[in-house]
Design a protein around this ligand. Structure first.
Ligand SMILES: NC(=O)c1ccc[n+]([C@@H]2O[C@H](COP(=O)([O-])OP(=O)(O)OC[C@H]3O[C@@H](n4cnc5c(N)ncnc54)[C@H](OP(=O)(O)O)[C@@H]3O)[C@@H](O)[C@H]2O)c1
Length: 280
């Protein structure tokens, strides 16, 4: 399987999205964030994943403005938070994100979590932003099959991406197959399980076998499973390490070894727990 860092997915609306991006959750210290972003751009990252909830869209926007990157050389994803869902609320949230990011057009706008009371209104607002050309693509995050089925009963535009907690402890295989049927790209959040999976002996052994680190084994496993990844790190050596996963390949047996780590343990909430807690 020949893969490269510059590979893109052609999304179901025809636009191209880098497969391997950089997550910026919890990057709030301005100086550390800038160093991390500079390192990420140097090693070739071109997709940046933020959200209004991360409180760093302004800093990310400042970085782009001074980076020397042309607008078509980077891809930005952002999301409205749960308290910003609803028709008018989503339009207002988008305007705030757009202003902070200092961009005329956002590449990908996601509904952060499926929230029951404003479910259809939020998507209607997101579709309006898409119809008006303010976003190049629209998608969802933390949507399970039943949320997607509900959305499909009234959506005019289908999501291009579903961003989901996915790592060896929680591989989300069933949902992955459903997303493939719907031509929706599965993007893994917390692809490293926030670092929690990296102590697993199976990963340590595979890392030794391939002369790589456990994190590199995990990221490569995602790619070979046809999953988009957005690992976060604020450590320059790790940012470089997480990009250096294109010079080796896991065998089928290696892939099965990693599959054995599935224990159903999430690092965060199940979507329906967030879903009913409309205050968060
Ligand atoms: N849609 C959603 O609901 C949702 C939820 C959560 C996250 N996300 C997105 O997904 C991105 C990634 O998820 P995440 O940040 O939760 O978790 P993650 O990428 O799985 O893990 C990040 C953690 O792993 C450490 N790490 C990174 N590379 C490493 C390496 N090579 N070796 C050892 N440790 C390493 C980082 O430490 P250092 O930073 O200290 O190096 C950090 O503590 C986020 O930044 C965000 O953009 C989306």
């Amino acid at each position: 399987m020949t893969l490269s860092f510059s590979d893109t997915y052609k999304l179901n609306n025809g636009i191209e999205m880098p497969r391997h991006g950089f997550g910026v959750y919890k990057l709030t210290d301005e100086k550390r964030m800038r160093t991390a972003l500079e390192t990420a751009v140097d090693v070739g990252y071109r997709l940046f994943d933020t959200a209004s909830f991360y409180h760093n869209e302004k800093e990310l926007g400042d970085f782009f403005a001074s980076s020397g990157l042309k607008r078509d050389e980077f891809f930005v994803t952002t999301k409205m938070w749960n308290t910003e869902q609803g028709y008018d609320e989503t339009l207002r949230a988008f305007e705030k994100s757009q202003k902070k990011l200092q961009l005329d057009q956002i590449d990908l706008y996601l509904v952060h979590w499926p929230k029951q009371d404003t479910f259809f209104e939020t998507w209607r607002a997101v579709e309006k932003l898409y119809d008006e050309g303010l976003v190049r693509a629209i998608g969802v995050s933390n949507f399970e099959a039943h949320h997607l089925d509900r959305l499909r009963t009234s959506a005019n535009v289908l999501p291009v991406v579903d961003q989901l907690e996915t790592h060896p402890h929680f591989p989300n295989r069933l949902l992955h197959r459903y997303l493939e049927e719907l031509h929706i790209v599965h993007q893994a959040w917390s692809p490293l399980g926030r670092g929690g999976v990296l102590e697993e002996q199976i990963l340590i052994d595979l890392a030794k076998k391939h002369g790589k680190s456990p994190a590199q084994i995990v990221l490569r496993w995602h790619l070979q499973n046809n999953i988009s990844i957005i690992p976060k790190s604020e450590t320059p050596s790790r940012i470089k390490e997480n990009a250096a996963i294109y010079d080796f390949e896991l065998t089928e047996a290696d892939m099965h070894q990693v599959d054995r780590l599935n224990n159903g343990e999430r690092v965060s909430h199940a979507p329906d727990v967030m879903y009913v807690r409309s205050e968060i």
